[in-house]
Design a protein around this ligand. Structure first.
Ligand code: PEP
Ligand code: MG
Length: 563
């Protein structure tokens, strides 16, 4: 029997689970010992056969996919495996004498660069191309194919990291939980896991090694604890935590408010009309962030005015008279659009993304604003708010507000995602009606730490006192101008952090719908004055860990059951 081990990572999707593990097989890479190709034709035959098998197995899996989008992803990958351009590239490498697995890697890299240059939809196929490379390499080397194994029983997935596409295709009935060694709290994998309501912990160092001989694990996705080879009392304890959590959540319904009745709107983050329809079924007060770029990505041309109007109308209809905050197109740079290519950039996160792209392509923004105004007209009792992403200056806020108001939109705001907007929030807010803090990007830019870098998770924590200072400055700007400031980054879905945000002056919190109950219960346990005190302690702390600990010490003991 293996040894019981307790590991700690970052909890990104609350809930507990225990069960057998299913290891997501990592990619094997080039065979370092392979000889040069002395018979390129025979090697080419072998690689073609392997690619054919890869395509066939992906197509077979596509038939059993659990959703149309998952099927489409797998079908597209399958057809890329037998792409003639790719095979020609591999043949070229073999003819140079390159060994088979290296020939695949080199040819794929050249092909990937070409796709990246084309941008848009083609650039996004690069992930699929790497998937094919890794599957083909594993087969050539006689090793298991990378990726999520076919699950025959409900299991907890153990992975180094999961690609967002893999997470999006998970079957909720078979995946009890997810534990990854890498990944960050604001990575899209974490966001998707929370959206699916699957308990998940990331940055659990040593999980792969610890589970080599241990078929069972127990997971608390709230606090990020993983017990490898748990004993009976661990499983009991986890079940007890689950019961306590259920008790703490019991009766969590209705408007968000502190114990003494200070109101805080609890809203959902959404990205598609389907998402919005699902979220609207939850007990919450609207959508605080509709990520409209989902409608634009993966396409050869921008969605038409009619299509956009139809989508926004559906979103507004879903929420009735509840608030819906639509963020205008947040693309560019790392989310390229083939129909709005502004050229390659050295530092995409600091490039022409978000509102900067809209300023370069006013036509795209104007069509979107017109569609939003038509949708509001189609749903007369709706409450539509519209905001711009990645605003850094007062001029940008003014430019956006004039355009949006000119299109007939009533409530116009900006996201605060840059330190520049945060420390000048008062002046920025003079131009608009509201602000919503994007804590994911605000952390990234305040700490100069790439949000996609799991290794930098500590720097990216919203508990960093520097980030909290930015939030405080933004709220001060809100108070000075009498304009509401909300939060729509992942920080808003953490019950403990939510108390701090409210204490800092945030009036609404938007999060994955599955997180609303816990945040609402946390607010109900505390008075506004306690939240204020927590906020002061947190901002005054010297370290992120110190900030969190100070706040936890002030919290009601039941709060721990919600984490
Ligand atoms: C944010 O940056 O916090 C945010 C909500 O926007 P996104 O995560 O879509 O960049
Ligand atoms: Mg952002």
């Amino acid at each position: 029997m293996s040894n019981r081990t307790v590991l700690h990572g970052i909890g990104v999707s609350a809930g507990t689970a225990s069960g057998p593990i299913a290891v997501v097989t990592p990619a094997v890479g080039i065979d370092e010992h392979e000889p040069a190709s002395t018979d390129p034709e025979a090697d080419s035959e072998r690689i073609r056969a392997v690619l054919h098998d890869v395509a066939a197995s992906l197509s077979a899996r596509a038939e059993h996919a659990n959703s149309d989008s998952a099927k489409a992803v797998m079908d597209a990958t399958a057809s890329l495996a037998t792409d003639k351009g790719l095979i020609r590239g591999i043949d070229k490498e073999l003819k140079k004498g390159t060994g088979p697995t290296k020939a695949i890697h080199d040819a794929v890299e050249l092909y990937a660069n070409k796709l990246r240059k084309i941008g848009g939809y083609m650039a996004e196929r690069v992930t699929d191309l790497y998937d094919i490379r890794d599957r083909a390499t594993a087969r050539l080397r006689g090793l298991p194919e990378p990726g999520i194994p076919d699950l025959t029983e409900p299991s907890i997935l153990i992975a180094h990291d999961l690609a967002p596409a893999e997470t999006a295709t998970l079957d909720k009935n078979l995946v009890l939980g997810i534990v990854t060694e890498a990944g960050g709290a604001t990575s899209h994998t974490a966001i998707l896991a929370a959206q699916l309501g699957i308990p998940c912990a990331v940055q659990v160092k040593g999980i792969a090694e610890a589970t080599v001989d241990a078929p069972l694990v127990a997971l608390d996705g709230g606090v990020g604890e993983v017990i490898v080879a748990p004993n009976a009392s661990d499983v009991d304890e986890l079940e007890e935590r689950s019961r306590r959590r259920a008790a703490a959540l019991a009766g969590s319904s209705g408007e968000g408010a502190t114990r003494d009745g200070y109101k805080v709107k609890l809203l959902a983050n959404t990205g598609t009309a389907e998402d919005a329809q699902k979220a609207a079924g939850y007990d919450l007060e609207g959508s605080g962030l509709f990520r409209s770029e989902f409608l634009f990505l993966d396409r050869d041309a921008a969605p038409s005015l009619e299509e956009q109007t139809e989508t926004y109308t559906k979103v507004l209809e879903a929420f009735g008279n509840r608030r819906v905050v639509v963020r205008t197109l947040d693309a560019g740079a790392d989310k390229p659009l083939s129909f709005a290519d502004l050229g390659e950039e050295e530092n995409p996160a600091l490039g022409r993304r978000g509102l900067r792209l809209s300023q370069a392509r006013e036509d795209l923004l104007d069509t979107q604003l017109e569609a939003l105004a038509s949708a509001a007209h189609n749903v007369p009792n709706s409450e539509l708010w519209v905001m711009a992403p990645m605003v850094a200056t007062v001029e940008e806020a003014k430019w956006f507000a004039e355009r949006a108001r000119g299109a007939g939109l009533k409530k116009v705001g900006v996201m605060v995602e840059t330190p520049a907007a945060a420390i000048r929030a008062g002046q920025v807010l003079e131009e608009v009606d509201f602000a919503s803090i994007g804590t994911n990007d605000l952390s990234q830019y305040t700490m100069a730490a790439d949000r996609m870098q799991g290794e930098l998770a500590e720097l990216l924590s919203p508990w960093q006192p520097a980030v909290l200072s930015m939030i405080r400055e933004t709220c001060r700007g809100g108070e000075a101008t009498g304009k509401p400031v909300g939060v729509c980054g992942e920080a808003g879905g953490d019950p403990l952090m939510a108390l701090v945000l409210v204490g800092l002056g945030v009036k609404s919190l938007s999060m994955a719908p599955g997180k609303v109950n816990a945040v609402r219960a946390a607010l109900r346990l505390h008075d506004f004055d306690t939240c204020r005190q927590m906020a002061n302690f947190a901002v005054d702390a010297r370290t992120a860990a110190g900030a969190r600990e100070a706040v936890l010490n002030l919290a009601d003991p039941v709060l721990k059951d919600l984490l």
